[in-house]
Write a protein that binds this ligand. Structure first.
Ligand code: 3HC
Length: 289
């Protein structure tokens, strides 16, 4: 592999996990946030997660400490200029992402691979914004990144085959099983998962069931680790809404992409799920109350 130094942009829900698994796998990692507070919060989360893994005997203290030592934080995008791979996990806003890729295209070395963790936007548009479409892939991880085994590796028609192979090898080296995905809305998993979550909300809107009963049904009847409402709380209601809104705007004729009113209402009320202590359910820290 040519990838040695990895830049991660965004140290939030997904970015901190991506930075952590890369550092655990032995890569030198530099993680960039836009302000000191989210950077400190994200690095703190990595520390807590590593401690948890040590506590559960999934990692030794030595490996956890060595992982932390391979990780540095920065507020400067220019510090990522010499990275072999940059994984972007910032807010799901295409205009903001495009601006970022335009800057990365100007400052990174020519061979840097650009990988977006977007859940729902066209990877090709970010490749075009960077001015280096052949170097652009999607690397879509799943939450919590530290525990979920999948990474979708997304190729656009412009992605160079060697770049794709390198990105896939990176996914494997951080302990994930890569699946190939085309640059279509939601790739493989979210294309199935998000409409299913929205359908569950429509079922409750119609008064046909309750979030608790739907979740019990899918957990106990199908063996899903979380029912759709717990999962929406876990992922974030704002994230789920922004995915649906983005698709609905681009594909207004598809009824499966229509954002349910109940979801819009909860987001407007600030009930964003686990991270705000309430979504469809109430939460105490990481556990449902
Ligand atoms: N780092 C380290 N440890 C962690 C952790 C993390 N990030 N997150 C959880 N753990 C720990 C927990 O603290 C817990 O420890 P404890 O036993 O001491 O309390 C342990 O891992 C196991 O957690 P749980 O007790 O909650 O047990 P589970 O067996 O339920 O495992 C789970 C948790 C893996 C999250 C499981 O519930 C699951 O698979 N849920 C479904 C998640 C899912 O579907 N994710 C995909 C979301 S979609 C997505 O991400 C795409 C995006 O684009 C929208």
């Amino acid at each position: 592999m040519v990838i040695k130094k990895v830049g991660v942009i965004g140290c939030g829900l997904m970015g901190h996990g991506i930075a952590q698994v890369a550092a655990q796998a032995g890569f030198e990692v530099i993680v960039r946030e836009s302000a000191q507070e989210p950077l400190d919060k994200g690095l703190g989360r990595i520390g807590k997660s590593l401690n948890k893994l040590v506590e559960k005997e999934k990692l030794t203290r030595e490996v956890a400490d060595a992982s932390l030592a391979r990780l540095t934080g920065t507020l400067e995008l220019a510090d990522l200029a010499d990275c072999d791979l940059v994984v972007e996990a910032i807010i799901e806003d295409l205009a903001i992402k495009s601006d970022l890729y335009a800057n990365l295209g100007k400052l990174c070395k020519p061979e840097t691979i650009f990988a977006t963790n977007t859940s729902s936007f066209p990877v090709a548009e970010m490749g075009a914004a960077s001015g280096r479409p052949a170097n652009m892939v999607g690397l879509h991880f799943f939450n919590p990144v530290q525990l979920m085994k999948l990474v979708e590796v997304v190729r656009t028609p412009e992605t160079d085959e060697a770049v794709y192979a390198e990105a896939k090898a990176f996914g494997e080296s951080v302990g994930k099983v890569p699946v190939a995905a085309s640059d279509t809305p939601g790739f493989v998993v979210n294309r199935l998962l998000v409409p299913y979550m929205a359908d569950a909300m429509r079922m409750v809107e119609r008064g046909d069931s309750t979030p608790a009963d739907v979740d019990a049904g899918m957990s106990l009847g199908c063996g899903y680790p979380m029912g759709p409402f717990t999962l929406t709380d876990y992922v974030g209601l704002d994230t789920t809404l922004s995915i649906l809104e983005g698709w609905h705007e681009r594909f207004p004729e598809d009824p499966t992409f229509v954002p349910p009113q109940i979801l819009k209402d909860k987001v407007a009320a600030g009930k964003l799920g686990r991270k705000t202590g309430e979504g469809f359910f109430k939460w105490e820290g990481d556990k449902r109350a």
